[in-house]
Structure formats: C-alpha cells, structure tokens
Design a protein around this ligand. Structure first.
Ligand code: HGY
Ligand code: MN
Ligand code: MN
Length: 395
C-alpha cells in the first residue's frame, strides 16, 4: 500500500527546474509524456484497466460497467508551478484505492482514476482543454487550431506525441460515469484559518483570460522625442495599474502575468505589446463589470498615448456551484467545511454533465502556481483518508 506522499516522490524530478524547484509540465511536452508513462505504470501495478480518450485524457478503471465514480485530477502544470496542483489529486486517488483494497473494500460500482489532459491551458491558452473537448465545451476544430508561443498547433503537438488529432472531441466515457470527485491542494488559506486539514468546495468563481493587444509606433529609443512617441508599453503600464485599482475597489481579482513585447529591442520603442489578463470575480455580472472597466481604462490610456488597443477573450469559464446534494453529503460525512475557490478545475467543467465535488487539502501558505506550493505530509494522508471515505460513501 503506497501513500500519496510516496507516489508524489516518484514524480519529484519529472519536469523540475533545479534552479527554481518549480515544474515545467506543459501539455504534450516531454515531462507530461513521462508523467503519462508513470500513470500507466501506476494503473498496471494495481491491475487497473488503462484507457485514453481521443483528447489525451487518461483513465485507470477498477471494475467494469456503467455508473462509475470518477476520481483523479491532472498532471500538467503552469510554467514554474508547484508539485501538488494536479498531481496531489492523481496520487491521492491511487493511494485511496490502495487503502480501500487493503481493507478488503469492494465497490458496488466501478471507480475510475483520471489524468485530465491540459488542465492549466498553459501552452495553448485555453484552460481545461482535455475536459472541455471531452464534454463538447469546445469544438475539436477550434481546439486543434490553437497555437502555442512557437506557433505549434494542438493538432501538431498531439501528432508529435503519437496521437491522432482526428479522434479529439466529445468522449463516450461520459455516458459511463455518474459522478466526479476531484481532490486538489487548496489554492488559498481558508483551511488554515478554519483549522481543518480537508475542505469541500462550494463553488468556483467565474473567470477568464483575455489577450490585450496594444499597437503603437516602433521607433528609435534615442532619437525620438518623448512628445513624439506612440509607445504601447506606456499604454500597457497604465492598464496594469488601472486593473489593480479597479480590482481592489470592486473586491475582485485581475492579473497580468504574461507579456510579449515586439520587437523586444532594448534600443527601440516597441511597435506592439501583447499582454494576457486573467480576471476573476464572485459573479458573472461582477466579472463583466471588471473587464469592461479595465478595457475602458486601456482605451483612455491609448487615447493619451496615440496607440490602439483590443481585448480579445481567449478562455472563458462560467462560475460553478457544485452539486448541493453531493457537496452536503460529503461535507457531512467528512465533517469538513465548505469553501469557495477562485481557481478553475476539471471538476468545474464536468459539472455541466454530472454531479461533481471537490475535496481541498490544507496548504499551509496558500501559495500555488509557484515552486513553494506545499502541504504537510499528515494533511496529505488526511486527504487520502477523506477521499477513501468519499469513495466508500459513493461507490
Ligand atoms: O488557473 C486556474 O484557476 C487553475 O489553476 N487552472
Ligand atoms: Mn492550476
Ligand atoms: Mn489544478
């Protein structure tokens, strides 16, 4: 019987940047292909039936027939991400099965462990690409045409990984699954404040990603008078500061975490700046207001700078209220608090097709999407025990 801590240690070096301790596990990259091999090995070691749908979502099945309980999470990461966002859910799923089987538990219906492909959307820009494709939340045509920063399409990346992109799209396995329970490291500090090792998700905030494109006039950094400039970097800078002010004033969240400056020359005024806005709010109306206010500020800055701006949505995720019956049943059975999250998850996408729930494991610092993301080994064990209890309760 292996604990989730032991299984996590097996993944420790895969895609790890020794200079930061962070992880680079983009979808269809070498690290995630190695992680797929690990997943296949973990399934084989437990006699679980391994399968993969046309979108790259991997499954390890215990038992046969319809009405399965799905557990698991994802193994890809954001650039320089932490060790737990995703992998904690997958390793805890295998560890929970191990502990149940060690106790002689036999589920009344199949239990399936999932490794969802490209949850972070870090490479192709759309979050939860594997579960969106499987549920029809995005069409194969638009997904396969998505390009990464090098211009490689998802179709090309899948082909290079030995997959057939023509198989991408709505998946048959959805008809055989009746609920999904995803365990995930908490990305925040609620459980610390509530002195609880495990929590149950109540909701996911609506959120999305927009590409801000600012066009100006490339020119010489030394020869161009300040009064004669149309510098897109200034418009971008004003927009970032405005986004922070608007988000603070409205109690929502706005982040510019990715930036591309063209041509990126030290002694040239840029001609164009592309920047990516991640905006999240407690309601759809608040999110709309937040993004509109940021665009308005960008346009005002552009008027002053003599530049032009556009803001294009790239990945939009509606708010999710987790199935009230299921979350209440788990919170009661586990004696765990309910808490909302500002982070998106595959469980959010699948909630459109079946009752889903999430279990959160306490994160002492709350930090995530950064190398220092952590959880205490005892809390990780508590998460596995909670997941095992949830499986007993549901399967
Ligand atoms: O970005 C998110 O909310 C999630 O971690 N993919
Ligand atoms: Mn994440
Ligand atoms: Mn995640």
């Amino acid at each position: 019987m292996t604990s989730a801590n032991t299984l996590l240690a097996e993944l420790e070096l895969i895609g790890r940047d020794p200079s930061t301790g962070g992880y680079h596990r983009p979808a269809w990259g070498a690290a995630t292909l190695e992680l797929r091999e690990w997943f296949a090995g973990a399934a084989a070691a437990r006699g679980l039936e391994l399968s993969e749908d046309g979108n790259g979502n991997q499954f390890a099945r215990w038992g046969s027939g319809p009405g399965a309980l799905l557990i698991g999470s994802h193994l890809d990461s954001v650039p320089d991400g932490g060790p737990l966002d995703g992998p904690l859910g997958v390793t805890s799923a295998f560890a929970a099965l191990d502990s149940l089987r060690a106790d002689g538990f036999v589920p009344a219906r199949p239990v399936v462990v999932a490794n969802f492909s490209d949850e972070e959307g870090a490479r192709f820009g759309v979050a939860c690409l594997g579960s969106r494709l499987a549920t029809g939340a995005i069409t194969p045509a638009s997904a396969l045409a998505l390009r990464d920063d090098t211009g490689t399409t998802l179709a090309e990346a899948m082909t290079q990984a030995g997959r057939d992109p023509r198989a991408a799209g709505p998946a048959a396995w959805l008809a055989e699954v009746s609920e999904f329970v995803e365990l995930h490291v908490e990305q925040g500090r609620s459980l610390i404040h509530q002195d609880a090792a495990v929590g149950v998700a109540s909701a996911i905030w609506p959120h999305g990603r927009w590409r801000l494109e600012v066009c100006g006039q490339g020119n010489h950094a030394g020869a161009t008078l300040m009064a004669d400039r149309h510098d897109p970097m200034l418009t971008y800078a004003a927009t970032v500061l405005a986004a922070r002010r608007v988000a603070i004033e409205s109690g929502q969240r706005a982040t510019f975490g990715k930036l591309a400056v063209h041509p990126g020359s030290t002694n040239s005024i840029p001609s164009r700046v592309d920047a990516w806005l991640d905006a999240r709010a407690e309601s759809e109306a608040e999110l709309e207001r937040l993004v509109a206010a940021i665009l308005n500020q960008a346009r005002r800055a552009a008027d002053l700078d003599g530049t032009t701006v556009s803001l294009q949505p790239e990945s939009i995720t509606a708010g999710v209220t987790f199935d009230p019956g299921l979350r209440h049943r788990l919170a009661t059975r586990l004696g765990a608090p309910l808490l909302p999250t500002g982070a998106g998850h595959d469980a959010g996408i699948l909630s459109a097709r079946m009752p889903t729930a999430m279990l959160f494991v306490r994160n002492p610092t709350g930090v995530s999407h950064a190398p220092s993301e952590s959880a205490e080994p005892d809390d990780i064990d508590a998460g596995v025990a909670a997941l095992a209890l949830a499986i007993r309760e549901l399967a």
